[in-house]
Design a protein around this ligand. Structure first.
Ligand SMILES: *Cc1c(COP(=O)(O)O)cnc(C)c1O
Length: 360
């Protein structure tokens, strides 16, 4: 028998979360963001379950090729555009919509003779200062793209740095409007602005195309609002089993570094799940976990293949008892918060050695 750890991915949860996206999106079209192997859920699997989307947003040409091979015919948005002149041929081959965010890309496109027409996005740097054009560079890039004989359409896009935080979107939205309105043609171009947080909290950011990611996977983009309250269902559940138990006397310690010392008598379950499976190594003692659907906590350090959990108050817990690390019944957001990170990182980190099964 293989190790008992496994992940399940629920197509029903995907469909449910997509309906929530549609409700928020109103008349806007939806790019389902399935970059990073669909946030760890499996690219093709996510594309199948999210067949209601108007298109898929990804990063890698490899992911584009996989989706086309899987029969996905919808538009594909390349969130970082392309990287080298050699990539340009693939834009047409796979009918991709690149995000153009730097002058080098514009120059490569200008020099290349595409065998057919493509749609492009132009990325406006509205204050996040990661990717995109501002003021003068925006005008130059837009004009060059618009004059390109094989560029069929140009959509204006930006990305919010703090839609889930205290700053919100107001300043970036205003700057985006100001920048685009200065440029003939660009002010009338279609627009794409919102990630999950903006889509949920700021309806004024819907525009023509929205770009939700994390909410499709049933996690919350907000640290102050759980996914359940947003009507979302976890798409991924990571589960395993207890493979050993230990009974500790006061003063005895557990695991590497002896970081946890029993204050009183305590029974420990050893779970077949460690950081090599994608569980965060920095999750401290006290991180929530479900044993036989009952909530308890981790104790001691996370090791490569195992974690230890307190089963003192779960008398039925024994070798073979099911354990939920995150997902159904225990949100990845909560586990992530305990480990000082975000659910995005937990989901993306699911290791290739963990078998994934699809459930309804
Ligand atoms: C990843 C990404 C998104 C999706 O963000 P979520 O917070 O997961 O909704 C949207 N737009 C861009 C440009 C991205 O890189």
């Amino acid at each position: 028998m293989p190790r008992p750890i496994r992940a399940t991915v629920s197509s029903g949860a995907f469909v449910h979360n997509f309906q929530a996206v549609r409700r928020h999106a109103g008349a806007a079209k939806v790019w389902a963001v399935i970059k990073a192997n669909a946030y760890g859920h499996g690219l093709e699997r996510a594309a199948r379950a999210l067949a209601g989307a108007d298109g898929f947003a990804i990063l890698d040409f490899q992911e584009a090729a996989r989706l086309r091979l899987a029969g996905v015919a919808k538009p594909l948005l390349m969130l970082e555009g392309f990287f080298k002149a050699a990539d340009v041929a693939l834009l047409h081959k796979y009918a991709l919509t690149p995000v153009i965010h730097n002058a080098e890309q514009v120059e490569i496109l200008r020099r290349s003779d595409l065998p057919g027409e493509i749609d492009v996005y132009i990325k406006v740097n509205s204050g996040m200062n990661r990717l995109g054009f501002t003021v003068d560079s925006l005008r130059l890039a837009y004009n060059a793209l618009r004059m390109h004989p094989q560029v069929r359409s140009v959509t204006a896009m930006t990305h919010f740095a703090d839609a889930d935080g205290a700053s919100g979107v107001k300043a970036q939205l205003e700057w985006f409007d100001e920048l685009t309105q200065q440029i003939d043609g660009l002010s009338q171009a279609p627009r794409s602005l919102a990630n999950s947080a903006a889509l949920i909290r700021f309806p004024e950011t819907r525009a023509d195309w929205v770009r939700p990611g994390i909410m499709l996977y049933g996690c919350s983009p907000f640290s102050d609002s759980p996914a359940e309250a947003l009507g979302l269902r976890p798409a991924m559940t990571l589960a395993s089993e207890i493979i050993a138990t230990q009974h500790l006397q006061p003063g005895e310690r557990v695991g590497y570094g002896f970081s946890y010392e029993a204050a009183g008598e305590i029974t420990i379950g050893v779970v077949a799940c460690g950081y090599a499976d994608g569980y965060p190594r920095h999750a401290p003692s006290g991180t929530p976990v479900l044993v036989n659907d009952k909530r308890t906590r981790t104790v001691g350090r996370v090791s490569m293949d195992m974690i230890c959990v307190d089963i003192s108050d779960i008398p039925e817990a024994y070798i073979g008892t099911p354990v939920t690390l995150w997902g159904e019944g225990l949100s990845a957001d909560e586990v992530a918060a305990s480990a000082g990170t975000v659910s995005y990182q937990l989901l993306c980190a699911l290791a290739p050695r963990v078998p994934v099964a699809e459930v309804p």
